[in-house]
Design a protein around this ligand. Structure first.
Ligand code: HEM
Length: 518
């Protein structure tokens, strides 16, 4: 035993001379109320947990860095964006990344069929930029108002506390736009082998803005240098029988052994505007931008080279949000992105506390000084920078003191016009085209696994859900619908005879499915 071990203390700094026995009156007597050391220890323990994330509760994190190539395609990156993190070469921007599953609780198995979260915090010289993405490049829904219903259907039943396939498909059956994502999710792509060998994507559409205030629409993607590896359900079950945390283990073991995972950061860009010539809406996150028309342009690389020192302080308390952008990267009118942007900081003020941005894991890099007049609240750790006169915690000041606004930059002024209302996108034909294309372009074993998984799920669903799901699969691709129906013993003719969903356009332009490329 080491002679020089630090002495155990209370959190008030008092030495603890006996950590084995509660103070009692006599050997068998009652405990006393002034037993401060005991009370502090137990009551702090009682508060060790904070609410788990309402989604993406199970996760693992790692630190690393990002390096920009300074180019977008063959052009200097500055042609499209004034964000220094993408323009300046030779700079290593510190990063923190949290990978996760979505529907499971904090200690749920990492082998579950579920999208994987891919949340990235760039601690840039211009402040933080968070890109809160997933491994799959599309999502189930395209309007944020649907998110709570969707998550309720995917999470456990409120009565039995069990996740049920019928509840998942009951929701999905009402949403043709979800069929594309479901086709990915129920294939082996729904169970990445681990967090290192998977892609990442911002999923939602953003804008890049340059010095002249000109903007393009853009999507962000992470391509793993390790390659992509997925699991079938059978392979996943085998791993799960031995280890419910295999992906966390894989990430920590590889980084600790010096085998640092690396991803190339890519963008897809297109002019801003309605882009009416496209069969899909580029602001609809249930669609991919076909890569033959909008190639993935490498803009930099990320390397993860350090595991957290403490899971709770860094991974559990980390807070990512889609509102956290740097100058030169902007929001698009993607409705999901706009809804998400309210949700993240709102939940973090509840989950971690009003001052979650003072925690080292969430604060900007030390080189970036935080000067704001937002103050106080529970657990205030320090006061933000105050300028030369600490009495003036407001702005503007007639005395010309306190904090001053930053110099203006040329802003991108997007023209907006329209009638206030509740709308669905009118470009719905690709709800089926991209799903059908995906079905046809899977490798044989992936298609087999997709059908087997869907057949197993359909067998757990009541007939109305079965028929509507087969109707959707059949509209995506006739073979797709037929094979699910045959496998699960569902009447294909009865499914095909269903009317369109109430309030939804009839599926049309299925011919386009044959000509669609990616
Ligand atoms: C986490 C809301 C859609 C990716 C969360 C959290 C909320 C939330 C409340 C918990 C955050 C926390 O406690 O720190 C929403 C809403 C959505 C939406 C309202 C739709 C309107 C999406 C989409 C993606 C996504 C489309 C993928 C692009 C993530 C990730 C996390 C997360 C990766 C975990 C972040 C972390 O590791 O801490 N979301 N989300 N979400 N969401 Fe979403």
């Amino acid at each position: 035993m080491s002679e020089n071990r630090p002495i155990l203390t209370t959190r008030q700094g008092h030495p603890v001379r006996d950590n084995q026995s509660t103070r009692t009156v006599g050997e068998r007597g009652p405990a006393t109320l002034e037993n401060y050391q005991f009370i502090e220890k137990i009551t702090h323990f009682d508060r060790e947990r904070i609410p788990e994330r309402v989604v993406h509760a199970r996760g693992a994190g790692a630190h690393g860095w990002f390096e920009a190539y300074g180019k977008i395609g063959d052009e200097p990156a500055s042609k499209y964006t004034r964000a220094r993190v993408l323009n300046e070469t030779g700079v290593k921007t510190p990063m923190f990344v949290r990978f996760s599953t979505v529907a499971g609780a904090k200690e749920s198995p990492e082998t579950e069929r579920d999208p994987r979260g891919f949340a990235v915090k760039f601690k840039t010289v211009e402040g933080n930029w968070d890109l809160v993405g997933n491994n799959l490049k599309v999502f189930f829904i395209r309007d944020a108002i649907k998110f709570p219903d969707m998550i309720h259907a995917f999470k456990p039943d409120p009565v039995t506390n069990r996740q049920e396939a019928w509840r998942f498909f009951d929701f999905v059956a009402q949403h043709p736009e979800a069929i594309h994502m479901v086709t990915w999710l129920k294939s082996p792509w729904g169970i990445p082998a681990n967090y290192r060998e998977m892609e990442g994507s911002g999923v939602n559409t953003y804008k890049l803005v340059n010095d002249k205030g000109e903007a393009v629409l853009c999507k962000f993607h992470w391509q793993p240098k390790q390659g992509v590896r997925n699991l079938t359900s059978a392979q996943a079950s085998e791993i799960q029988a031995k280890d419910v945390g295999h992906a966390t283990r894989d990430l920590y073991d590889n980084i600790s052994a010096g085998n640092f995972p690396e991803w190339e950061f890519c963008v897809q860009i297109m002019p801003d505007g309605p882009n009416d010539h496209l069969s899909f809406d580029p602001l609809d996150d249930t669609k991919r931008w076909p890569e033959d028309q909008f190639p993935l342009l490498p803009v930099g690389r990320m390397v993860l080279d350090r595991v957290p020192d403490n899971f709770f302080a860094e991974v559990e308390q980390s807070a990512f949000g889609t509102g956290v952008l740097v100058d030169g990267i902007d929001f698009s009118d993607d409705k999901m992105l706009q809804g998400r942007t309210l949700s993240y900081s709102d939940t973090q003020r509840y989950r971690v506390g009003a001052n979650y941005l003072q925690l080292p894991i969430n604060a900007p890099q030390p080189g970036v000084k935080v000067y704001s007049n937002q103050r106080d609240g529970q657990m205030t750790y320090g006061v933000d920078g105050t300028g030369q006169n600490r009495h003036i915690n407001y702005e503007p000041s007639t005395l010309g003191e306190g904090l001053a606004e930053a110099p203006k930059k040329t802003e991108y002024h997007q023209p907006v016009e329209g009638r206030l209302g509740r709308y669905q996108t009118s470009r719905t034909e690709d709800d089926y085209a991209q799903a059908g294309h995906r079905y046809r372009t899977f490798e044989d074993w992936e298609r087999e696994d997709l059908i087997a998984n869907l057949v197993a799920d359909m067998k757990q669903c009541p007939e109305p859900i079965q028929l509507r799901m087969v109707w959707h699969f059949w509209h995506a691709d006739e073979d797709y619908g037929r094979r699910v129906a045959e496998g699960a013993g569902i009447d294909l003719e009865k499914a095909k005879a269903l009317p369109p969903l109430p309030g939804r356009a009839a599926p049309h332009k299925r011919l386009q499915a044959e000509t669609y490329t990616e």
